[in-house]
Design a protein around this ligand. Structure first.
Ligand SMILES: C[S@@+](CC[C@H](N)C(=O)[O-])C[C@H]1O[C@@H](n2cnc3c(N)ncnc32)[C@H](O)[C@@H]1O
Length: 218
């Protein structure tokens, strides 16, 4: 049975938002990739983080529950089929807002890492923005605020070592097309995102947090 992600897989592989950006460079750098480092890329999507890490010599395993993403391991972040401390670094970029049980997913990612967790995700700003995201893509669960991210990391036993912020501008038409959002729904999404949209309506921008956490006893 296909899922929405399988149908969109090729679009995520070629998406400029996902395949490039200062945020991607920062996530890769925070993983400190080099030969001998074992990394798990959770919710790999189009595999952009994994590709960059492999280019720098890291040994990377990709994980994603959607078969169409062609990950090494087909599994959700909430149930990772590896033993404790199997990886030096666990990374997950622009995906946590899709996880049905983020607390459980963070627990699993921390469990299989023996040192470091690097996460990037879009930040919560307003309820209207969340409504727009869900209308455009029903797989959008919820984004967290900066404070909620801090609490989640601390509760999972992580010391926050680095924190960075980015903003990304999206081509509105391309962004809506990626999830097949058209007609009245697309119109409503545009209305809800008005505070974050350019004057001509062609682009909108959102904010991202990148966090590097280290296991307190790692
Ligand atoms: C926006 S894409 C990820 C982008 C990718 N990490 C990158 O840097 O380009 C979101 C991914 O999350 C995956 N996903 C959705 N629910 C998930 C879950 N519960 N656990 C792990 N991955 C999930 C989807 O299959 C999809 O590939």
């Amino acid at each position: 049975m296909s899922n929405p992600w399988d149908e969109r897989a090729e679009l995520y592989r070629t998406s400029v938002t996902h395949s490039t950006g200062d945020d991607l460079d920062a996530v890769v750098e925070l993983c400190n990739p080099h030969a001998g480092v074992k990394v798990l890329d959770v919710a790999t999507g189009g595999g952009h983080v994994a590709r960059r890490l492999r280019e720098q010599g890291a040994e990377v395993v990709t994980l994603d529950p959607s078969p169409g993403m062609r990950a090494d391991v087909v599994a959700p972040a909430e149930d990772i089929p590896f033993t404790d401390g199997s990886f030096d670094v666990v990374v997950s970029r622009i995906a946590a807002h899709h996880f049905g049980d983020l607390g459980k997913a963070i627990g699993e990612m921390v469990r299989v890492s023996n040192r470091v967790l690097v996460i990037e995700d879009m930040l919560y700003r307003t309820e209207e923005e969340q409504e727009a995201e869900k209308l455009r893509d029903p797989t959008h669960h919820r984004s967290l605020s900066i404070e909620e991210w801090h609490e989640l990391f601390v509760d999972a036993g992580l010391e926050i070592e680095q924190e960075l912020f980015f903003s990304k501008e999206h081509d509105m038409d391309e962004w809506l097309a990626r999830t097949g959002c058209t007609g009245d729904e697309a119109g409503r999404v545009r209305e809800l995102l008005a505070p974050f949209t350019s004057a001509d309506g062609s682009t909108w921008a959102n904010d991202y947090i990148v966090l590097k956490g280290r296991k307190s006893q790692g």
